[in-house]
Ligand binder design. Structure first.
Ligand SMILES: *Cc1c(COP(=O)(O)O)cnc(C)c1O
Length: 384
C-alpha cells in the first residue's frame, strides 16, 4: 500500500525528538513557551528568508489572524480571498467581523485569478489575501500591482509554500506579511501545531509579536497595548523545527523531482481526459500533486486497486459551504472553482517515496488514462 498521508514522516527523527523533550523538560529554567529556542528558531527563519522579522505562533490560521489584526482589519471591511481552498483565509476574516469576498480561481493553475480579485474590489475592500495552493504560487507580481494601484493591504497566505520562490522572491515576502504553517502534513510540518508570520516590515512584525501574547510588549508584563491573542509558540517544537530545518531543502528538492517526473509522464494524458498541473519550477512549492479529471471517482477506485491512496482537496468551493454561504451573494457563481472542486484529485507526493513507488503511481495513472473511463469502471466493479 502507498498511503496518501504517510504515518512515518518523523520516523528518522524519533530519537532526536525524545532527546529534545528530555532537554526542555529537565532544563534549569523550566521554560516551555517563548524561550531561547523559539527565539533561535525565529532567527533561523528570518535569516533563511532575508525577512525583517519572523514571529513563531500557535498555527498558520493564528498567523493570518495576527496579521489581519495588526493591520486593523475589522467590522465594515472586506477582504478578497480565493473561492477555492481551505477555510482559514475566509474564517480569519469572518472572526474579525469583516467580510470575505470570494474571487474565482484560474481554471488550470487553481489559485485565485488576479482579474477576478480586482473585479471583486469595492470601496470597502481593505486587503487582498491570495493563497498559494495546489503547489502553485498565486501571481504575486499582479497582486502587488493591484494592491498598489487600489491602495489595499496585501496579505500572502503562503502557509503551503514555505521554500517556494517566484521570480527570485521567496514565498512569504511578496505580501506585506506572509504566513507559514507547521501542522504535520505541511512541507515543514512538525510533531504538533505551529505557524509563523514573516515580514519585511519591522513595525508590522513588532505589532504581530505583541498581539501573539495578549498585546504585551515583552518588557512590561501585564501591560496590554492592544487586545491580542494567545498564540504563543512551544519550546519543544522550536527545538524540533531547528533540528529539521537543515534537511528542508533536500526534502523540497525530492518533492520537486517527483513532481517533474509525474509531469513528464502525464504530458500527453490531456487527450485522455486527465490534466496535469502547470509544469516548471518557478513559483512552485510541491506540497501536493493534483490532477483534474471528470473521471475522478473511477481514477480513485482504479488507483485504490493498485494499492495507491489518493485525496480530494476541497470538494466544494468556499462560498458554497454552509459556514460561508451567508457571506456570499445568493446567486454568485465561481465557475472555475466549481469545476475544479468537482474534478481535482491528488496523488501521493512525499520525499520518502521510493523511485519504484513513484514509477508505479505514474504507470497506474497512465494505464487508467489509456484504458478509457468505462473499462476502468467495469474493472473496479469486478474487483474483489
Ligand atoms: C494549512 C493552511 C492554513 C492554516 O494553517 P494551520 O496551521 O493548519 O492553522 C492556512 N492557509 C493555507 C493555505 C493552509 O494550507
Amino acid at each position: 500500500m502507498i498511503p496518501f498521508f504517510p504515518p512515518d514522516l518523523f520516523e528518522a527523527d524519533r530519537a532526536d525528538l525524545l532527546e529534545i523533550m528530555h532537554a526542555v523538560g529537565t532544563g534549569a529554567d523550566q521554560r516551555f513557551i517563548l524561550g531561547g529556542r523559539t527565539a533561535a528558531f525565529e532567527d533561523a527563519l528570518r535569516r533563511r528568508l532575508g525577512a525583517a522579522d519572523a514571529v513563531a505562533c500557535s498555527s498558520g490560521t493564528s498567523a493570518l489572524s495576527l496579521v489581519l489584526s495588526a493591520m486593523g482589519v475589522g467590522e465594515g471591511d472586506e477582504v478578497v480571498v480565493p473561492a477555492l481552498g481551505c477555510a482559514p483565509p475566509a474564517a480569519t476574516v469572518c472572526a474579525l467581523g469583516a467580510v470575505p469576498v470570494f474571487a474565482d480561481v484560474d481554471p488550470w493553475r487553481l489559485v485565485v485569478a488576479p482579474d477576478a480579485a480586482e473585479a471583486a474590489v469595492t470601496g470597502r475592500t481593505r486587503a487582498l489575501m491570495p493563497a498559494h495552493l495546489f503547489s502553485v504560487m498565486a501571481d504575486m507580481p499582479r497582486f502587488a500591482d493591484i494592491a498598489r494601484r487600489r491602495g489595499l493591504r496585501l496579505v500572502e497566505d503562503s502557509a503551503l509554500a514555505q521554500g517556494g520562490e517566484l521570480g527570485g522572491t521567496p514565498a512569504g515576502l511578496w505580501g506585506e506579511a506572509g504566513v507559514f504553517s507547521f501542522v504535520q502534513v505541511k512541507t515543514f510540518g512538525t510533531a504538533g501545531e505551529g505557524g509563523a508570520v514573516v515580514t519585511r516590515d519591522t513595525g508590522l512584525g513588532q505589532d504581530v509579536r505583541m498581539l501573539r501574547n495578549h498585546g504585551q510588549d515583552g518588557v512590561h508584563r501585564f501591560v496590554h497595548h492592544r487586545v491580542g491573542y494567545n498564540s504563543r509558540f512551544d519550546e519543544i517544537l522550536a527545538a524540533f523545527q531547528l533540528h529539521r530545518l537543515p534537511g528542508l531543502d533536500a526534502r523540497l528538492q525530492r518533492r520537486a523531482d517527483i513532481a517533474d517526473y509525474y509531469t513528464d509522464r502525464f504530458a500527453d494524458l490531456a487527450d485522455h481526459g486527465i490534466c496535469a498541473p502547470p509544469p516548471g519550477r518557478d513559483g512552485r512549492c510541491f506540497y501536493v500533486y493534483t490532477l483534474l479529471t471528470e473521471a475522478r471517482e473511477e481514477l480513485r477506485a482504479y488507483l485504490a486497486r493498485e494499492g495507491i491512496g489518493s485525496h480530494v482537496y476541497y470538494p466544494r468551493p468556499l462560498p458554497h459551504q454552509p459556514a460561508f454561504a451567508p457571506y456570499a451573494p445568493p446567486n454568485g457563481r465561481w465557475p472555475a472553482a466549481e469545476s475544479a472542486a468537482r474534478r481535482n484529485v491528488s496523488i501521493p507526493l512525499y520525499p520518502h517515496l521510493s523511485d519504484a513507488q513513484v514509477e508505479h503511481i505514474a504507470d497506474s495513472v497512465c494505464a487508467f488514462a489509456r484504458l478509457g473511463r468505462e473499462e476502468a469502471a467495469l474493472q473496479s466493479h469486478r474487483a474483489p
